[in-house]
Write a protein that binds this ligand. Structure first.
Ligand code: NAD
Length: 432
């Protein structure tokens, strides 16, 4: 029986390689439809945690993990179990190197770990965000070291993940899924697989088209965020409130999409993914100018915010040196516990460079997590907002729900608001 038939008859076992923000919800989605899932991860602490029915992702509760286990979820670090899977979905990180080039280490290592266990009739699908050509140029040659040939002995496909953690309006099942493969049978099998769990599967003609579609989506966001950030700087200089402008423009029922400015760009997708394309485009002697410009604008935003704070202090007859700031929000966006690539870290560094003593408050991040880039802040605790009045200024970096914003305004001496929390003019509020 071929793979597509096995999938359609409910006989296929799915392997999810990389049980993080993307892999875990994907595994849960397949399990909820009765598809057995073997979860492969190199991190034994995560696997142990899952086996105990415990979560390590804030918006995925323990009950979901317990339910997954009862539905046949088998998390393991034993990659030999890959041979039991009919389809393996790779959901590993794709960060940038220190030189801001694509870091393919995790994709390469995960393919290498599959080579000894690859067997005829299997399907390998990459879900990680990456530049066009990765599945064909990076994965294919590694997997073919097994002696098997892609799109002859095993199928290869690419299907980008569109997970939006903690978005109450969408979940894995309701987000349409683009799938691309370089062989019609591979595409048919991949579409059949995702159709078991996802309401709308969107087939495209190649892995490259699917890879490029994901990069387009994230570049679209990065460029539009840069645009409103740039307009914030322009309008502020003109004495025009950018938030009021955006609210007015957003009443246009067609041809406009609302994006909002902020202190920079964060998360581990939007600031990173477009540069995967920039890097690949160089190979073809073409420049991706919008991406570069958007990157420059977004990177400059924390500097601009600090400059606004500096000017506000100087108007009050003092400098920033020696001031005490309470930064509200470490997460890169509201209502998540994820501080990866958060502009808050940049604000923290820049303020410290000006001699400011910075504390932070984030209801979702009680302690600064360890990280490669910002290790020196690790372990610092979130400070209660009850103490806001003790600080010379409150800097709003993330507009989490559930914060008593009017109360904060009452108790703060000065507020630097990068998120448009306070709309009415107030001498205490500096919109930045
Ligand atoms: N998080 C999101 O919201 C989101 C949304 C869309 C796309 N993506 C993309 O999805 C991919 C995965 O992102 P994530 O947020 O789930 O990452 P993550 O860091 O949360 O999870 C990755 C997992 O892979 C595991 N891993 C690393 N190397 C491995 C290996 N060689 N073998 C097996 N497991 C390995 C890690 O231990 C970790 O559990 C990235 O390309 C990301 O850009 C993420």
């Amino acid at each position: 029986m071929d793979l597509k038939e096995r999938i359609e008859n409910g006989q296929a076992t799915v392997g999810v390689l990389g049980l993080g923000y993307v892999g875990l919800p994907l595994a849960a989605a397949f399990l909820s439809k009765g598809v057995p899932v073997i979860g492969l991860d190199t991190d034994s602490a995560k696997v142990d945690c899952l086996l105990r029915g415990k979560t390590y992702i804030k918006h995925i509760p323990d009950e979901t993990i317990a339910l997954c286990l009862s539905e046949g979820f088998q998390p393991t670090t034993d990659f030999a179990r890959a041979s039991e899977c009919d389809a393996i979905l790779i959901c590993v990180p794709t960060p940038l190197t220190i030189n801001r080039e694509p870091d393919m280490t995790y994709v390469v290592l995960s393919c290498e770990s599959l080579v000894p266990y690859l067997r005829r009739g299997q399907m390998i699908i990459l879900e990680s965000t990456t530049y066009p050509g990765t599945t064909d140029e990076v994965m294919r040659p590694i997997l073919e070291r097994s002696g098997l040939k892609a799109d002859v002995d095993f199928w290869l496909a690419y299907s980008p993940e569109r997970e939006d953690p903690n978005n109450p309006d969408f979940e894995t099942v309701t987000i349409p899924k683009v799938v691309g493969a370089d062989h019609p049978e591979a595409l048919a099998a991949a579409v059949a697989l995702y159709a078991r769990v996802i309401r709308r599967v969107v087939p495209v003609s190649s892995t490259r088209v699917a890879e490029a579609a994901k990069i387009l989506e994230n570049t679209f966001r990065a460029v539009n965020i840069a645009l409103v950030n740039e307009l914030k700087v322009v309008f502020t200089r003109m004495g025009i409130d950018v938030w009021e402008v955006i609210d007015a423009a957003a009443t246009k029922p067609f041809g406009f999409m609302r994006f909002t400015p902020g202190p920079g760009l964060g998360g581990h997708c939007i600031p990173i993914d477009p540069f995967y394309l920039t890097w690949k485009a160089r190979e073809y002697d073409v420049a991706s100018r919008f991406i570069e410009t958007a990157g420059e604008v977004n990177t400059s935003m924390p500097h601009w915010v600090v400059m606004q704070a500096m000017e506000a202090f100087s108007r009050r007859g003092r400098g920033l040196a020696g001031a005490r700031f309470l930064m509200v929000g470490l997460a890169y966006k509201k209502n998540v516990d994820d501080a990866r690539e958060s502009p808050s870290y940049k604000l923290w560094e820049l303020l410290e460079r000006e001699g400011v003593e910075v504390s932070y408050h984030d209801p979702f991040i009680p302690v600064v997590p360890p990280s490669r880039e910002h290790g020196r802040y690790a372990g610092r605790p979130s400070v209660s907002l009850d103490r806001a009045g003790e600080f010379d200024a409150v800097l709003i970096a993330t507009d989490h729900d559930g914060i008593d914003w009017p109360g904060l305004l009452d108790s703060a001496k000065l507020v630097i608001d990068t998120r448009g929390v306070y709309r009415k003019p107030n001498p205490k509020v500096i919109k930045a």
